[in-house]
Write a protein that binds this ligand. Structure first.
Ligand code: AP5
Ligand code: MG
Length: 217
């Protein structure tokens, strides 16, 4: 199964992707997590992406498409779930072209819809594991031990692009460049709109219900 998860910053893409991969045995490919790993490793790619990420702008398409094509080509036969990619219509067309070369396509698009006003509360309280990418919230989704990742015991961090000013720019980029993708996919693929303002467990249950219909086909 090949899934794209769309949604604004803070919509819960990372949170729900972790649950989807655990349930269906897929590979989680988060463009944001891969970029952060490249930055931590001090690679050329990480250096090129740095200023865009810090300001809340999108990293240029050619950098992202090359990076994600490489990651997707190594995915197992069971499939993958894409988190944060594609993010422009151009990225989506490039993805479709490269999948078509191996007679593949995106099976389903899950569109997490959230009000901008909810995004700030979610993002300012987020804490992330720099090691495994697990995501928590200081009020909504707490780790078992404060400040420590449940999964691997790493100390949790606040992402540097989670300041109010950068979040405003990330939302602007989302509305201008990523939202048009919903219509692109509605013309060619199955798209499910999901109310992402709800409780995380309720959202997972809804997503699993949709995905189970595909698994059974
Ligand atoms: P990226 O890392 O993808 O960031 P983003 O899209 O801004 O999304 P977030 O990771 O902030 O939010 P999320 O939807 O994953 O929410 P989460 O589950 O963490 O990208 C970062 C940057 O990289 C971009 O700005 C850009 O520069 C660059 N980039 C990446 N991909 C690119 C691309 N394709 N093209 C160009 N540039 C690219 O949840 C948020 C918080 O809410 C957490 O604290 C969580 O615990 C909590 N929470 C989650 N669900 C719920 C719920 N239902 N109820 C209450 N709390 C919840
Ligand atoms: Mg994320």
């Amino acid at each position: 199964m090949r899934i794209v998860l769309l949604g604004a910053p803070g919509a819960g893409k990372g949170t729900q992707c972790k649950r989807i991969v655990a349930e269906y045995g897929l590979l989680h490919l988060s463009s944001g997590d891969i970029l952060r790993q490249e930055r931590a490793a001090g690679s050329e790619l990480g250096k090129k992406a740095q200023s865009y990420m810090d300001s809340g702008a999108l990293v240029p398409d050619e950098i992202i498409v090359e990076m994600m094509s490489g990651a997707i080509s190594k995915a197992p036969q069971t499939g993958f779930v894409l988190d944060g990619f594609p993010r422009t219509v151009n990225q989506a067309t490039e993805l479709d072209k490269s999948l078509a070369c191996s007679r593949q396509k995106i099976d389903v698009v899950l569109n997490l819809k959230i009000d901008d006003r909810k995004v700030a509360q979610r993002i300012t309280g987020r804490r992330s594991c720099p090691q495994c990418g697990s995501v928590y919230h200081i009020e909504n989704l707490k780790p078992e031990v404060e400040g420590i990742c449940n999964n691997d015991g790493t100390r949790l961090i606040k992402r540097p692009d989670d300041s109010a000013e950068v979040v405003a720019n990330r939302l602007k980029s989302y509305h201008q460049q990523t939202e048009p993708l919903v219509d692109y996919y509605k013309n060619n693929n199955t798209v499910y709109d999901i109310d992402a303002g709800r409780d995380a467990d309720e959202i997972s249950a809804l997503l699993f219900e949709k995905l189970n219909t595909l698994v059974k086909v």
